[in-house]
Design a protein around this ligand. Sequence first.
Ligand code: NOJ
Length: 550
Amino acid sequence: MSISDNNYLWWQTGVIYQIYPRSYQDSNGDGIGDLQGIIQRLDYLKWLGVSAVWLSPIFSSPMADFGYDISDYQNIHPLFGSLDDFDQLLEEVHSREMKLLLDLVPNHTSDQHPWFLESRSSKDNPKRDWYIWHDASPDGSYPNNWLAVFGGSAWEWDEHTQQYYYHGFLKEQPDLNWRNPEVEEAMLNMMRFWLDKGVDGFRVDVIWHIIKDKKLKNNPVNEYYNPQDSTYNQVIPIYSTDQPEVHDIVRKMREVIDSYDGRLLIGEIYLPIHRLIMYYGENNNEAHLPFNFQLISLPWNARQIAAAVHEYEKALPENGWPNWVLGNHDQSRIASRVGLDQARVAAMLLLTLRGTPTIYYGDEIGMRDVPIPAEEVQDPQGLNMPDKNLSRDPFRTPMQWDSSENSGFTTSRPWLRLDRAYRRFNVESMRADPCSILSLYKRLIEKRQQEPSLTYGSYTPLFSDAQVMAYLRHAEGHHKFLIVLNLTHRPCYVDSSKIEALQSLRGTIEVATLPELEGSELHNKFTMGGDEGILVRLRNEGQAFFPSTN
Ligand code: NOJ
């Protein structure tokens, strides 16, 4: 259907919430979160108002990369539970009128997957070509200069069969060869297995990596490499990622998705906007939502963010639905990147822009990166490049539920240590506090769901300067909303004489980062405190003074 119809789909109007299952809720006292634990917390998610839950991988895995190394795509890791637990979870999610999304990891398997064990057993094994094998260069070195995201060469020597295999991430995560039609068929069938069960869609891991240059051409060297960065950045991955053929694969995934009712395909893609939008497909026949990570990668600066939102809005293909992400399990948390006070402004930005927002678990209570002592680091990215501070453990710590021992996450020792401040920063205490960031998230989600202008209305940029950005959201026949966000800690003065569109401003503040402002009237020139954001319902007589939103 077209988004110009007034008939929007659940994933367009709803809010997505990402759970990192190891860290959400432990139900059996082993210190690691599990599916029964998630079931126990579904009423919280319903209360918060989210529409869909995306789970990072829960499948059988040796856990070299915490589940992104899968050894059986159609089974659940016993740490998380069983297939029966999964069926129960799905039913419980659906009974609360929410949706469940799984993480699909089609680029690579675990080196313990039976496919790879077969593939490496001999050069003439029928599964040999399911992975990317290559002879050494004449001097015995790697087939090319491609690097692994987690450090070192992307090629691993196999003594037994005297060839290298390719792995874009860990050597325990060999890349599948998507040029082999049997691989494609196996993967699409695996999608069908979960869709038949009733899952509502997938977030596809590193979708832009799936297919590589056929000739394995060398990547160009990055002349601007900063030795403090990951070693992966020493070359520019133009031949190992984002190849033209990837779009055929995404289209095929979408065909599978579309053969079921109302399912969703999200792609994980870290690319500049002009490359990112290609993943919508020429006729919107690829990913419904190519994840848009700009709010993660951009400096926290009103002018730059406003410009990027504008650029993204303009670049979207017709009927391509926007989306926004503030954080995930690979990125420093928003509260650590911009501070706790700005994290509230960021929440308002995420939940008032046009397009589907994805919330990373714990961001709604302002969880921060937790310092993990060197001897407790578990993330392979951190362990492989120990001098570069690249561990992702700090962003994956247990959810802070209450002020009891271990924050209500587990009855034993949690797999990763908790934030020492969890007795102050937790769901229970914040739920009771109308001024908390959690209460702000809830009010914003509620307002977004109630007001068509915020759910699907148009986006009109108004102005931005060194401190503030402002925009309008409006759906025909509904209240018009003005959003003004101060992205700095310093107060500012919004001088309406400079902004023609604001000269006759009349409205009521409906949601504010500072709850004391809610319900107050706003007109003409106004001041804003540092770290302040306001969502203003405009009064009709003001409308004539605003630019057309069409
Ligand atoms: C992206 C995932 O988000 C990340 O956590 C993982 O390590 C890599 N893909 C490899 O699967």
